[in-house]
Ligand binder design. Structure first.
Ligand code: ZN
Ligand code: ZN
Length: 335
């Protein structure tokens, strides 16, 4: 089968590899696979993997061979939960398998979905209703991760929210906050194109990071925001999210900050009694909610699709994401 494989640091290649040996698992023919910011971090070596590795954890496809004893029939279109947990540890047994210490992610610790086929356990697939288009389905995994993060945060109608970073995750969080009743939302990004998208999704105001403090102060009469979503993953944006938060606010750490040093004004954590909430991956129930939100039209993803590339042009797809700041989401068309 064809696969987009990372042969070595910065060396992506389209190549022929053997089909995965599914064993007792289902064999899924991949239809769409989203390229995530974390895939780019792997290519650049910021996140390390063993080479060669087929990347890709945002995937949807069709079951071409059911798992042994599985409940999902051949021909079913499915969303794949890419996180493989052990099922035995205290986190797994406590219903928090997304935090499993023995877990592995498709496309990171094991080969992933930038390939024609992938082997998946029956319990890690969810059927996708016909009403969701093929391209829209390609957003279900990342939407599920955003849904999971939102379930960890209490919001109340009428509050003020800020989303720092308006990539796919930020723009999905913006829509989820609005759906949950957050009345005024500020979107922060350097990209004018992404600010325009955020306004289309109902941001009250959008601004460049340099203007964010003034913008939030003006909107809240100096009180600061009730909930701030950090959706970039740098120390600078984390520090800004903390500055934009008001007293008693919640800061949701959605962006993954891998830096081990940097300046944060720690006294603000004390002065404001902030609640910092971190979020990791998603549970199968979060993916089920994502399917419902998309099927019911509560969340819009079509405007986030910047470009779609066939799998054999996968290296160009990564280049597009890395070199063009206006690009929001790139999907690989595999099926
Ligand atoms: Zn991802
Ligand atoms: Zn476990």
């Amino acid at each position: 089968m064809q696969a987009l494989r990372l042969a070595d640091l910065e060396k992506l290649e389209v190549t022929e590899v053997p089909r995965p040996d599914a064993g007792e698992r289902a064999l899924v023919a991949v239809d769409r696979a989203g390229i995530c910011g974390s895939d780019v971090k792997i290519v650049r070596g910021i996140t390390q993997v063993a080479y060669p590795r087929i990347l890709g954890h945002e995937l949807v496809g069709t079951v071409v061979r059911s798992a042994r004893g599985g409940h999902i029939a051949e021909g079913t279109r499915v969303l794949v939960d890419p996180f493989i947990s052990c099922g035995r540890c205290v986190r797994c047994r406590g219903g928090r398998s997304n935090l499993c210490g023995n877990g592995a992610l498709l496309g990171r610790e094991v080969d992933g979905g930038f390939a024609e086929f992938v082997a998946v356990d029956d319990g890690r697939m969810l059927a996708i209703p016909d009403g969701i288009s093929r391209d829209d389905a390609g957003f279900l995994q990342v939407l599920g991760v955003c849904v999971h993060a939102q379930t960890l945060v209490d919001v109340f109608p009428g509050q003020t929210g800020v989303v720092v970073g308006l990539g796919v995750g930020g723009l999905l969080h913006l829509q989820l906050l609005r759906t949950r009743g957050v009345r005024r939302i500020v979107g922060v990004t350097r990209s004018a194109a992404k600010r325009a998208l955020a306004e289309r999704f109902g941001a009250t105001v959008t601004c460049h990071p340099d203007d964010a403090e003034d913008c939030v102060a003006e909107l809240t009469g100096g009180a600061g925001a009730d909930v701030v979503v950090e959706s970039v993953g740098t120390v600078e944006t984390l520090a800004q999210a903390i500055r934009l938060a008001g007293g008693g606010a919640t800061v949701l750490l959605y962006g993954v900050t891998r830096a081990e040093a940097g300046r944060v004004d720690y006294v603000q954590l004390y002065l404001k009694e902030l609640e910092l909430v971190s979020s990791r991956a998603a549970l199968i129930g979060d993916y089920a909610r994502a399917v419902d939100l998309l099927a019911d039209g509560v969340v819009q993803v079509a405007p986030l699709l910047s470009e779609r590339f066939r799998l054999d042009r996968g290296t160009e797809a990564f280049d597009a994401l890395r070199t063009r700041p206006e690009v929001v989401k790139v999907l690989l068309e595999v099926g």
